[in-house]
Design a protein around this ligand. Sequence first.
Ligand SMILES: [Zn+2]
Length: 263
Amino acid sequence: MRRNAIFFRRIYLAVTLISCVLQPLTFATSTTKSPYTLKTVVIDPGHGGKDSGCSSPWKTKEKNVTLAIGLKLAEVLKRNQYKVYLTRTTDQFVSLPKRVQLANKYPPDQTLFISIHCNAHSDRRIHGIESYIFDLLPTDEHAATLAKRENAEAEVDLIHFIESSLHKRGSEKFSWDAAKTTQSILVSKLNVKDRNVNAPDGAVKRAPFRVLADTKMPAILIELGFLSNRSEHGQLTSSKRQQQIAEAVALAVKKFDQQTHPQ
Ligand SMILES: [Zn+2]
């Protein structure tokens, strides 16, 4: 475990050093105009098909909740004039590398990737919302366990990561902004517990999620609540609440879009 951590740290340092030497490959550098203009949102409803994701004591499967919310979010975003693509629209299995490949078809300086998930814990009292960006070093033990579970089907490939990290360097700030804005809007609009408050920078959690590692555009992963908690399970499976969640995420997308082009 410890040897793994040291290995990851060395890789991380190597990537950081290389990245400092090379110019960002994806985003143009300009001091007067934001290099990023949001036009397209790629929605990634977690899991699907043979991969059910986590389940609840009430037999709800994560894959069904993420798809229901993803489809509702797509409708709201389209009404807000964004182009929208989903990595799946039915209960089908799509591998994590395939999801990345689908997302990377779109221009990284015009696209936001949002991966939708639900949490679960053996302690049913645990509840709340989390927003993540990619990092090889997880924020805490929970983030590490979570990334392991969400990556169950395909771990982070370090060689691919190093390659894509160079491309992604210019998008990191935007990923952080998108996650921060999304977390704050979800917490206030949905009146839920903010589980990001203990993150070192007080806003955004980090973990080595496979779908975030290789996507070249700004990318976030949101854990919309715990299916293992009775109250949040009731909310996450309610169509009315799913619509409210979709509208809150869409509002966050709109705010993030405005922030990237301040007047
Ligand atoms: Zn998941």
